[in-house]
Ligand binder design. Structure first.
Ligand code: HEC
Length: 246
């Protein structure tokens, strides 16, 4: 016989399970839902995601439930002592502007947006990409492969494009849940979409046996040069891959 107290416990369990299942995977992974590989800022009811591409910037505004919101506005870019104001235009589920910027630039950006009739101002900054003066031979071989095979999606600055996430990211740093094994597996087999909303990574073409380690050496060298040398998994809060398989 089931007593009322047990029923309420069961209900709580089912409710917890339902909530758990309803959480979008990026949240369950402990990264506040940067869907497209950008930086996230929160203010009031809004999550604003901002990304710099080669020749363009991208902006997405979402509500607390991560539903895309319509927005309009402009971005003021500060780079190399210059100030540049560009209007943002609607693009897919966000906003975009062409701008004389690169993903590897040191810059800051102030977004002046109107969302739901309310003004929203948000500031972002990114550091300049550090390119090591000389790479060890293995990493140098990896650089050529990366630029030929991976950069179309992950960017020559390894900071992502509209087709692939940034690899200079704590999620992929040494000691993170995406360790060497996961990176080698992606190089050899591709990867199913699970961290972002950028789609699947197809199996890369043109990496010969053994060259996967060269590509890995290049990614690790670039991460180390850009302050992602040995980020312990603990620094990211929850284990992003808890209950999650590759
Ligand atoms: C056609 C575009 C494309 C190409 C080419 C590509 N990737 Fe990816 N890659 C992606 C996407 C999209 C994801 C994100 C999958 C997700 O949501 O986690 C990804 C994810 C990854 C991951 C994380 C894998 C995981 O299991 O979490 C690594 C590491 C990676 N890519 C490295 C590379 C390397 C190295 C190359 C070149 C050998 C490469 N990628 C080529 C699109 C691409």
């Amino acid at each position: 016989m089931i007593r009322p107290k047990e029923i309420s416990t069961m209900k709580t369990c089912l409710l917890t399970l339902a909530l758990f299942l309803a959480v979008p995977s990026a949240l369950a992974h402990g990264t506040l839902a940067a869907y497209f590989g950008g930086q996230i800022a929160e203010s009031g009811d809004y999550h604003t995601e901002f990304a710099v591409r080669d020749g363009a910037v991208r902006v997405w505004v979402r509500d607390q439930a991560n539903q895309p919101l319509k927005a309009s506005g402009k971005v003021t870019l500060l780079l190399g002592g210059q100030k540049l104001e560009v209007p943002l235009a609607a693009r897919e589920n966000g906003l975009a502007a062409e701008a004389p910027v690169k993903a590897g630039d040191k810059l800051s950006a102030v977004l002046g947006l109107v969302v739901d009739g309310k003004t929203l101002s948000q500031r972002f900054a990114q550091a300049g990409l550090v390119i090591p003066a000389a790479l060890p031979p293995r990493a140098e071989a990896g650089r050529k492969l990366f630029e030929a095979v991976c950069a179309t999606c992950h960017g020559t600055a390894l900071r992502g494009t509209d087709s692939g996430p940034p690899l200079l990211h704590p999620l992929y740093a040494p000691g993170s849940a995406h360790g060497d094994e996961v990176i080698l597996d992606a190089i050899n087999n591709g990867a199913k979409a699970h961290m972002w909303k950028l789609g699947d990574m197809p199996k890369p073409e043109g990496i010969k046996p053994g060259q996967d380690k060269e590509v890995l050496a290049y990614i690790r060298a670039m991460q180390a040069a850009n302050g992602l040398g040995s980020a312990p998994a603990a620094a990211m809060g929850t284990d992003p891959h808890a209950g999650h398989k590759h």
